[in-house]
Design a protein around this ligand. Structure first.
Ligand code: FMN
Length: 208
């Protein structure tokens, strides 16, 4: 039995969101095909995700150094570590997110900051950082209105590439992706483009 964490980084309902459509399609197909697995859902738009600020940073730092924490530092360090522990316990992780302003929603960025902790998800070595959680399997479900997979906007794509680089930094190389793109750029083809992505998510979930 696998422990699977489903992360949704969009607060819209599926009718108004391609990434949430992919998320729900994947979730339904996953549950159908892996009925014994333990599934946990995390909606980042409903979660308590305080900014990664100076108090949180000093709390996390003091914890590692074994120094006493103020009440505020402890509260914020506990929040970050709660999300990190949940991520570490998962055998498989599914992340659904849109491209916004070439990047990812702030909620998702904050969440990824919580996960980036030296000694937990990666470590520093003389040869550079080394990932520590390479045994995880991850599926990334990404929606973007324009075309970024090739052409003039390719280098502006900092949503999927960013998340992939973070996972690589953690040592995670078993990463599958479903990308829906160009549905805003070509509205007359939007339905066909989205349906192809939905089908891809359904098939990937069955074998994930
Ligand atoms: C705040 C915001 C910023 C966006 N920025 C971009 C952008 O930079 N490039 C682009 O191609 N589409 C952009 N879009 C369009 C989204 O990528 C597109 O609507 C995609 O389907 C979003 O995923 P969703 O349907 O799950 O919300 C933006 C949409 C929003 C709401």
């Amino acid at each position: 039995m696998s422990n699977v964490l489903f992360i949704k980084a969009n607060g819209l309902p599926a009718e108004s969101s391609v990434s949430v459509t992919l998320y729900e399609t994947f979730l339904e197909s996953y549950k159908k095909n892996h009925p014994a697995d333990q599934v946990t859902e995390l909606n980042l738009f409903e979660a308590d995700l305080p900014y990664y600020d100076g108090v949180m940073m000093s709390g996390l730092h003091k914890e590692v150094a074994g120094e006493p924490l103020s009440a505020d530092e402890k509260r914020l360090a506990d929040i970050a570590n709660g999300y990190l522990d949940q991520f570490l316990k998962a055998d498989k992780v599914v992340m659904a997110f849109p491209l916004w302003n070439f990047s990812i929603p702030a909620q998702f960025l904050t969440y990824l900051f919580y996960l980036n902790q030296a000694g937990k998800t990666f470590k520093y070595t003389p040869e550079g950082p080394v990932g520590l959680v390479g045994d995880k399997k991850v599926a990334l479900l990404n929606a973007r209105g324009g075309i970024y997979s090739d052409g003039p906007m390719e280098s502006y794509e900092m949503s999927l590439n960013y998340v992939k680089n973070i996972l690589n930094h953690f040592g995670i190389t078993d990463v599958e992706t479903v990308v829906v793109e160009g549905h805003n750029a070509a509205p007359d083809q939007a339905q066909t483009i989205i349906e192809a992505g939905r089908k891809e998510a359904e098939l990937l979930a069955a074998k994930f």
